[in-house]
Design a protein around this ligand. Structure first.
Ligand code: MRU
Length: 355
């Protein structure tokens, strides 16, 4: 990974370069993306994925639209960039960061006096978003590390690591920080059917960093919680509403199981993932295509004509969350999202070397 980054702007293209996450762990390939249409395909195919990385991709996507638009008339220019932005926004409905990144750059360019300034400013805003994301992940990691015992086994679901962010990661950022602080952390990575982000990506990242990781089938998690192997569950988030945490399908069952067994269930996410104006009922859960379940390589796994349900995400009620770890600190149960966002100061005093 280039300086640990998942995606970045390349002035020489001009455009975005990113790690194609569909090919890992078999192949590490950097893709050159020169058009908004190609970026939209990359997001739909999960070549770029993970909420914070989608925020950065949306931001660079608007910068790309601006860089490609040659119209000198400011209002026609803005209209063209906004049209491209809507194409990107429609690619994935659940991860709130995508629209957040797009809107932040759009807001910056709409106020510009001419198209050259708009181009330069939109790129500068996107670069800032990418840098801020890395800083947020490190802050989340350092705050969250204090929650982990000095020797522990942590279960995680999907991939909330460097690949899902600009770098470092949210849930995996907590694990990376804890390891950096000298804690002995073992990670249990759920494979995360059907696209195997846990088996392919979390395992790849952690093994690459020399962090102890073991992959299990998703259905093994309950057994390990029951038999006392798991000390904590840490996951990322795609959207946090007033009442629920949306994350990869399967997260809810881990939260229920963790509560039953008295295991802390932590969510690590930047403030850009919060959507305090909405409740669970107002969020669209992405449903993906049948072949992700029904086809593996050249094999058909499900008889023709039998329907499938392939939800990409589920919602975990806030009451099951032990604490949310943000760049501002650790917010413990009972969690009041509006208060969390408005005060900005309610945070646990952090001693990363504690416990
Ligand atoms: O469908 P994906 O792979 O984009 O889903 C990703 C997740 O569910 C992650 O857990 C979430 O985006 C948090 S990433 C820091």
């Amino acid at each position: 990974m280039k300086s640990g980054a998942t995606l970045w702007w390349d002035a020489g293209l001009p455009g975005i370069r990113y790690i194609d996450q569909t090919l890992l762990p078999e192949e590490y390939k950097i893709v050159d993306c020169r058009t908004v249409q190609r970026l939209a395909t990359a997001i739909r195919r999960l070549e770029i994925r993970g909420a914070p990385a989608l925020g950065v991709a949306g931001a660079f996507g608007v910068a790309l639209a601006a860089s490609a638009c040659t119209n000198k008339d400011p209002s026609a220019f803005v209209a063209s960039v906004k049209k491209d932005a809507e194409l990107l926004r429609a690619t994935r409905p659940t991860a709130v960061n995508l629209g957040w990144g797009i809107d932040r750059v759009l807001a910056r360019l709409t106020g510009c006096r001419d198209t050259d300034t708009a181009r330069a400013d939109s790129l500068s805003e996107a670069q800032t978003i990418a840098k801020e994301d890395t800083l947020c992940c490190h802050a989340i990691g350092d705050h969250g590390a204090a929650l982990l015992p000095s020797r522990c086994t942590v279960l995680t679901h999907c991939n909330a690591g460097a690949l899902a962010c600009s770098s470092w990661g949210t849930a995996l950022g907590v694990i990376r920080s804890a390891v950096n602080f000298g804690k002995d952390v073992r990670v249990i990575a759920c494979e995360t059917r059907p696209l195997l982000q846990g088996a392919r990506l979390t395992a790849w990242e952690l093994a690459h960093d020399g962090i102890d990781v073991t992959v299990i089938t998703d259905s093994t998690a309950a057994h390990l919680m029951r038999t006392g192997t798991i000390d904590a569950v840490i996951v990322g988030a795609d959207r946090i509403t007033r009442d629920a945490v949306f994350n990869k399908i399967g997260t809810y069952m881990h939260a229920v199981c963790a509560r039953y067994h008295g295991i802390p269930f932590y969510v690590a996410a930047p403030l850009s993932t919060f959507d305090a104006t909405r409740t669970e009922q107002e969020v669209t859960i992405e449903e993906r295509n049948r072949d992700e379940l029904a086809v593996m390589g050249n094999s058909t796994l499900i008889p023709d004509g039998v329907p499938v349900k392939n939800f990409a995400f589920d919602a975990t009620p806030m009451e099951l969350v032990t604490a949310i770890i943000t760049e501002r600190g650790v917010f413990r149960h009972p969690i009041d999202i509006e208060a969390l966002l408005s005060t900005g100061v309610t945070q646990t005093t952090i001693d990363p070397h504690s416990s």
